[in-house]
Design a protein around this ligand. Structure first.
Ligand code: BGC
Length: 515
């Protein structure tokens, strides 16, 4: 940070001059289509894996078991190969994210999004045309690589390009697209499940739409000033900054980014740097946020809603219908977050949602515990409605809290020097735990039965307590000032900050070299 009259680090926090320009809004909308693809992939597999034509072609054993219906209700879909279809994407994604860390830093946020788009397009072709299990899995792996690159670049792009005061809201466009993708996938499955025998192919091929949108978006957007400046393109960075902020008075913000990027230049090994003591708070929070996000149990619902609902005794159609309802609740509730995250802040949303998710899960567990026995699927219709309502209140709470904030908070708390590496760890952990849940859920459901919801509710309790004590508020703090304004002020985390004076407000702090 430079000193100077317009200093934003003055007590009370003066804001940088920044209009909310159309170019910022349009760039964000385009970039956020990366989320659409992620959401479509998350949402499509549950419906596809409950289609008989698909099972007959790739998993005949599961189909036989499903038709014989001798198997316990909770266990009929328990098949590792079937779970691998869903989860291979996440394994590929978490590996890809380390390459994506390099490309976001060296090639920029925009080009990384373009790479993601190309992976997606090729993956879609493999999936739609799959003749055997191998093609199917290769397609999922390519899509996974796309997810790794997109989830790395898009949240950073959004957080960097947004004016501080609406950064949360704009960043959440990513998650909004994730939820729209899931809903779109549910709707598609609802339609294609009636088309025999190739409905599932259509489901998988329509992923081409979000893939194409992201690719086009990445061609047209400008890169972020932070990324341009980080790569030494100072003039271009300044010009972009003027354009996106809608003012010529960008000197204070420009200087702050230049300073952040000067420090970033000194870092030769971003991942090693990430492990230094002074980066511990952001790292711990980013990692835990991802683990917690997945341990809310959301993907048990998102991937397997159709499977779950048919386990509960809804007929096939009704189960897709219920999945569409949860999908719609997911989208609408995310809008609540877009609107409120920069007003009420991150913590309030997370804490309120903790209570709501906990109660909803307990209700689901109780109803299932009492009403669903091993061989009987007659959850009477009023009980079934209660389960759907409780699942909806749960999804709503997730959608305005852990869903978006799991992506927002890590993307805005790391300093520029570790931002790419930090985001890559974030995505990696997210996908790792998404994978674990995807792979384990059907078996857990089979063994734990209704208690699976008690398991997740206990986690919700743990994460809410963590938020209460350890998660600082980051609303309205300029992105390159987090160290001073957030971490150095926090009752617990500040102890990690006092071993060096790097990032101090006067910008003269000496970098301690040992990277
Ligand atoms: C999570 C996904 C989840 C989705 C549901 C995202 O934030 O990362 O795993 O499926 O939200 O809306």
């Amino acid at each position: 940070m430079t000193g100077g009259g317009m200093s934003v680090s003055a007590p009370g926090g003066v804001e940088f001059e920044a209009k909310i320009t159309p170019i910022v809004i349009i760039s964000c909308i385009m970039a956020a289509t990366g989320g659409l693809m992620f959401g479509y992939d998350v949402g499509i597999s549950g419906g596809v894996t409950s289609m008989d034509d698909f099972l007959e072609e790739f998993f005949p054993a599961v189909l036989r078991r499903k038709q014989q219906d001798k198997e316990s209700n909770y266990c009929k879909y328990d098949n590792q190969g079937l779970q691998l279809f869903t989860s291979s994407l996440y394994l590929a994604g978490l590996t890809a994210t380390f390459f994506a860390s390099y490309t976001t830093r060296r090639l920029g946020r925009r080009l990384t999004m373009l790479i993601a788009g190309v992976f997606f397009l090729v993956g879609v072709v493999f999936n739609g045309a799959a003749q055997n299990l191998a093609m199917l899995i290769v397609g999922r792996i390519l899509l996974g690589c796309g997810v790794g690159f997109a989830n790395q670049a898009v949240p950073l792009f959004l957080s960097e390009i947004a004016p501080t005061r609406i950064r949360g809201g704009l960043n959440i466009l990513f998650q909004l697209n994730v939820t729209i993708g899931i809903l779109f996938a549910n709707l598609v499955n609802y339609g294609t499940s009636k088309i025999h025998p190739w409905g599932w192919r259509l489901s998988l091929s329509l992923a081409g739409i979000p893939a194409g949108l992201l690719t086009l978006g990445a061609i047209f957007v400008t890169d972020t000033p932070n990324s341009l400046i980080e790569r030494g393109r100072l003039d271009e960075g300044k010009a972009v900054l003027k354009k996106i902020r809608g003012t010529d008075n960008v000197e204070p913000e420009f200087n702050e980014i230049v300073e952040a990027s000067r420090i970033a230049q000194e870092v030769k090994h971003p991942f090693r740097n990430l492990l230094q003591r002074r980066n511990r708070p952001q790292l711990v929070i980013a990692v835990l946020l991802q683990i917690f996000q997945q341990f809310t149990g959301i993907n048990a619902i998102m991937f397997y809603a159709p499977v779950l609902f048919s386990t509960l005794g809804f007929k096939n159609d009704a189960s897709l219908y219920s999945a569409v309802i949860t999908g719609a609740v997911n989208v609408l509730s995310t809008l609540v977050s877009v609107y409120s995250v920069d007003k009420v802040g991150r913590r309030v949303l997370l804490l309120e949602a903790g209570v709501q998710m906990f109660l909803s899960q307990v209700v689901v567990a109780i109803v299932l515990g009492i009403k669903v026995t091993d061989k009987s699927d007659n959850l009477g219709s009023s009980w079934a409605i209660l389960v759907v309502v409780a699942i909806c209140t749960y999804v709503a709470a997730f959608a305005w809290s852990w869903g978006p904030l799991g992506w927002l908070i890590p993307s805005e708390t790391f300093p520029l020097e570790t931002r790419s590496a930090g985001q890559s760890v974030t995505v990696c952990i997210n996908l790792l735990f998404t994978f674990l849940i995807a792979q384990a859920f059907l078996s857990m459901l089979c063994h734990m039965k209704f208690a699976i919801f008690i398991f997740f509710s206990a986690w919700v309790l743990v994460m809410s307590i963590f938020v209460l004590f350890f998660l600082p508020e980051t609303k309205n703090v300029p992105i390159e000032e987090m160290t001073d304004k957030v971490w150095k002020q926090h009752w617990f985390w500040k102890r990690f900050m006092d071993d060096d004076n790097h990032h101090t407000a006067n910008g003269n702090g000496k970098h301690n070299g040992s990277v």
